[in-house]
Design a protein around this ligand. Structure first.
Ligand SMILES: [Zn+2]
Ligand SMILES: [Zn+2]
Length: 391
């Protein structure tokens, strides 16, 4: 049975969401937000602990035996100056909830209220994970390292992210990869400087760099299955002094994106092979440095499929199988630790002016979407804990 949140719960979620929206805080600085989460949990009689500086883990133990499901929300904002003109717009210049994390936190508090109210009938245990710093440098890893999933031992986890391609009342659930891995690429090409009129007495880093940029395109164009997704972007290139001087050093940076962990590893290997090959061909030295960012978010196939089918047949929400995006999400670490499901929550509406993409200073959501989010979180926890969905 699907629990639809009562009006009083929805009103509280809207109130909390607006309060958080007014006071945006950046990664690991979510002190007011964390305090608000803790006071709300306290008022609901939910036990909690603090992890990873500002992170909070709440635990709701049901009256009946069952499994342990976690629900995760991120709490951080972005360094953007809000330009929505909303009555509850950011009161802090240069900071804004432009990715919907205010709504994620408020909906999880709404789900906490619903679950706390049905403790006696609840099978198993619901764990509420409020994490810092999703936008960077990443709060999921430290939360896990400090035991967010250990006490009690979490068996599955779900999250919501607001989505501009779906409308309120619509959710997106897909098995497999849903967000890409994002890695940074840094390349330094070193030759030997000299006079532009006597190239044979030097080693020119410029043509070697040009060859390297073009050769790297071969990874996506010729070396990767056309049905798989890979991005190799060189975003910056800098080198040289003036028109008649041979450049001794060129620096480049870029981003590497892929969904499949094996393809991600393959891209890294290919970048290194091509850089070494160009270095040999052009008699330069090339230093390749790859900084790994968040891994891809991979939804557990069986869990995602059974949850989508469950919502389809038991709720009035429209359930879509949404395509993945090349954006990143540090929920990836939770989904590596235990079976995880990333659910997209439709928030787009022309009437509410909710059409601008995430990370835009004009970003806003249609609050009509919030009850569907609460319902989805509660449904995941109750259905997984009771053994209705998942392996
Ligand atoms: Zn974001
Ligand atoms: Zn986000």
């Amino acid at each position: 049975m699907i629990v639809v949140p009562e009006d009083s719960v929805v009103e509280r979620v809207v109130e909390l969401r607006r309060a958080i929206h007014r006071r945006p805080e950046l990664g690991f600085e979510e002190r007011e937000t964390s305090a608000l989460v803790r006071s709300e949990l306290e008022a609901l009689g939910i036990e909690y602990r603090v992890l990873a500086k500002t992170g909070v883990v709440g635990v709701i133990r049901g009256g009946k035996p069952g499994r342990v499901a976690a629900l995760r929300a991120d709490m951080d904002a972005l360094p953007i100056s809000e330009r929505t003109g909303l009555p509850f717009a950011s009161e802090i210049d240069g900071k804004m909830h432009a990715c919907g994390h205010d709504a994620h936190t408020a909906m999880l508090l709404g789900a906490a209220r619903v679950l706390a109210g049905m403790r006696a009938e609840l099978h198993g245990t619901a764990v509420l994970v409020f994490q810092p710093a999703e936008e960077g440098p990443g709060g999921a890893e430290p939360m896990i390292a400090e035991g967010a999933l250990d006490d009690p031992k979490v068996e599955a986890i779900a999250m919501l992210h607001v989505a501009m391609r779906l409308a309120p009342g619509e959710i997106g659930i897909s098995p497999g990869p849903v967000n890409a891995a994002c890695d940074e690429l840094h390349l330094t090409v070193r030759g030997k400087g000299g006079h532009g009129a006597y190239p044979h007495t030097s080693v020119d880093a410029i043509p070697a760099s040009a060859a390297l940029v073009l050769a790297l395109q071969n990874i996506a164009a010729r070396e990767t299955d056309p049905l798989a997704s890979v991005v190799v972007t060189i975003g910056t290139i800098a080198g040289g002094y003036r028109n008649n001087v041979i450049a001794d050093v060129v620096e480049m940076s870029g981003t590497l994106r892929a969904f499949d962990p094996a393809i991600r590893d393959g891209v890294e290997t290919r970048v290194r092979r091509i850089a070494d090959g160009i270095a040999a061909a052009y008699a330069v030295q090339i230093e390749t440095r790859i900084v790994r960012g968040y891994p891809p978010v991979v939804n557990d196939a069986a869990l995602a499929q059974s949850f989508a089918a469950y919502m389809q047949s038991n709720s009035s929400l429209r359930v879509h199988r949404t395509a993945p995006t090349m954006g990143g999400e540090d929920f990836a670490y939770f989904a590596q630790a235990v079976p995880g499901v990333h659910v997209r929550l439709g928030v787009r509406s022309e009437q509410a002016g909710a059409t601008h993409p995430g990370h835009s200073p004009q970003f806003r959501i249609d609050e009509e979407a919030l009850p569907a989010g609460v319902q989805t979180l509660v449904a995941f926890a109750t259905a997984f804990c009771a053994g209705t969905i998942g392996a």
